[in-house]
Structures are given as structure tokens and as C-alpha cells.
Design a protein around this ligand. Structure first.
Ligand SMILES: NC(=O)c1ccc[n+]([C@@H]2O[C@H](COP(=O)([O-])OP(=O)(O)OC[C@H]3O[C@@H](n4cnc5c(N)ncnc54)[C@H](OP(=O)(O)O)[C@@H]3O)[C@@H](O)[C@H]2O)c1
Length: 214
């Protein structure tokens, strides 16, 4: 089971759809189980034969082997503290970007630990944290027949977590996983999302990342 914490949002629903389209069992988590159930139903209606359930965040964390954190940065520390005991020994994929908007321009805020993924690892010392999927458009993920053509840069200090995130990325046709080194490099991938959002605003599109030369 793949659990999506904060999975009622666009990014969580988009990843839920794509993982379920690849045949994986998915649980959408929420602070409110009714909201989760309704998000799960909404995503199930986007394609056929999708195994997607909804639950509160704690149940999603408890019942999943791999847990994806997809909340706004404002809720990052508190949601991790709430589900921490259910993440021991598990791979935790953090997609959170610490965005702030000033005068219509997206910026990434400075994180004391270096990156959001490092913050997660410091809160979850008994889990295997990986930063990934930061630069992928939820809008495109949520359209089942929309082709995806981008790289997903994956940062972790754990080979097990990195391999798990590589396998998750490979579930979505058109995504190439790229090894982005350790967690200390996740800040560059997280922050790059702010640039993509500004590019999106200028071009009216949903930009993503492709790295050439490798
Ligand atoms: N949207 C994108 O295209 C995209 C792309 C890449 C990365 N990301 C990152 O992925 C994360 C999720 O993005 P999103 O657009 O899906 O965000 P979102 O819709 O703003 O939030 C996702 C869910 O998080 C829960 N939530 C909101 N505030 C919370 C809080 N203070 N504490 C705990 N849970 C809270 C809500 O679920 P409940 O109310 O149901 O609990 C909400 O539906 C963000 O960090 C974003 O930067 C987004």
C-alpha cells in the first residue's frame, strides 16, 4: 500500500491516480476521513479499476509500506510528529516545497535543517527519508491520458529509500528517475520548484524538468 499524507490536495491526488493506474493499492490520507473518502472517490472516477481508499492520516501511515508526505510546508512538522510512530522502518517520500509568495512571485523559504527532506529525516530518525517528485505538475498528473515527460530528481542518504523512490517514479510512464545524491542536495530540487512556478505564470503552462547530458 502507498499512503499519501495530505493526499486530498492536487499533488497527492495526482500521484494517487498515477500509482493506482500502475496497479498499486493507494490510501489517501487527510486530517478529515470524510474528506479523504470523497477525494478517493473523485480520483477513482478518473479511470477504471483503481484501488484507492481514503482515511485519516494516521491510518494511512499505519497501513502503508511507503508513505508520501504531500502537505503544504506550514503543516510539515506537525503532520510528521503526528504520524511518526507509524513510520518507523519505512520509506518516507517527501514532496513538500517550502514556498512563499511575495507580490505574485514564488520564492523558496530558508529551512534551518538545510532542506525540507532533511527536516523530515531529523523528525523521523527511524525512517528512511527521500526527497522526490518536487518538480512535477499536479495538474498534468491529474489528467489520466496526459503524457508526462520529465525527470524526477531523487535525493536520499539511504540506498533503500532511493531505490524505492526510483521504482515509484518508474510506475509513471514518461518519468525518468535521476539520482540527485544525498538529502543535503534536496534543497536545490525543492527550491527549483519556485522557479518553475514563476515560469508557469509567464508562459501559462505547467513546466517540468529534464536534465540533459546524462
Ligand atoms: N501542486 C503541485 O503541482 C505540486 C507539485 C510538486 C510539489 N508540490 C508540493 O506538494 C505539497 C502538496 O501540494 P498541494 O498543491 O497538493 O497542496 P495543498 O492542496 O495546499 O495541500 C494538500 C493537503 O494538505 C492538507 N493540509 C493543508 N494544510 C495543512 C496543515 N497545516 N497541516 C496538515 N495538513 C494540511 C490538506 O488536506 P486535508 O485538509 O484533507 O487534511 C490539503 O488538501 C506541497 O508542499 C507542494 O509544495 C505541489
Amino acid at each position: 500500500m502507498i499512503g499519501l499524507i495530505g493526499g486530498t490536495g492536487a499533488e497527492g491526488r495526482g500521484l494517487a491516480l498515477r500509482f493506482a493506474m500502475a496497479g498499486r493499492k493507494v490510501m489517501i490520507g487527510s486530517r478529515n476521513p470524510e474528506r479523504a473518502a470523497s477525494a478517493a472517490e473523485e480520483v477513482r472516477n478518473l479511470a477504471s479499476d483503481l484501488d484507492i481508499q481514503g482515511s485519516d492520516n494516521v491510518t494511512a501511515a499505519k497501513n502503508s509500506q511507503v508513505v508520501i508526505i504531500a502537505v503544504p510546508y506550514a503543516g510539515h512538522k506537525s503532520v510528521l510528529a503526528q504520524i511518526k510512530d507509524h513510520l518507523v522502518g519505512k520509506v518516507v517520500v517527501d514532496v513538500v516545497v517550502p514556498l512563499i509568495f511575495k507580490d505574485g512571485v514564488a520564492h523558496a523559504s530558508i529551512i534551518e535543517e538545510g532542506s525540507v527532506a532533511q527536516q523530515a529525516q531529523s523528525i523521523l530518525p527511524a525512517s528512511f527519508v527521500v526527497g522526490a517528485f518536487h518538480n512535477i505538475s499536479a495538474h498534468d498528473l491529474l489528467i489520466p491520458d496526459q503524457p508526462i515527460d520529465c525527470d524526477v530528481v531523487i535525493c536520499s542518504d539511504s540506498l533503500k529509500a532511493k531505490q524505492c523512490a526510483i521504482e515509484l517514479a518508474q510506475l509513471i510512464p514518461g518519468i525518468r528517475p535521476v539520482d540527485g545524491n544525498g538529502l543535503e542536495c534536496s534543497r536545490y530540487v525543492e527550491d527549483f520548484t519556485a522557479l518553475l512556478l514563476n515560469i508557469n505564470r509567464i508562459y501559462g503552462r505547467h513546466s517540468m524538468v529534464k536534465i540533459s547530458g546524462i
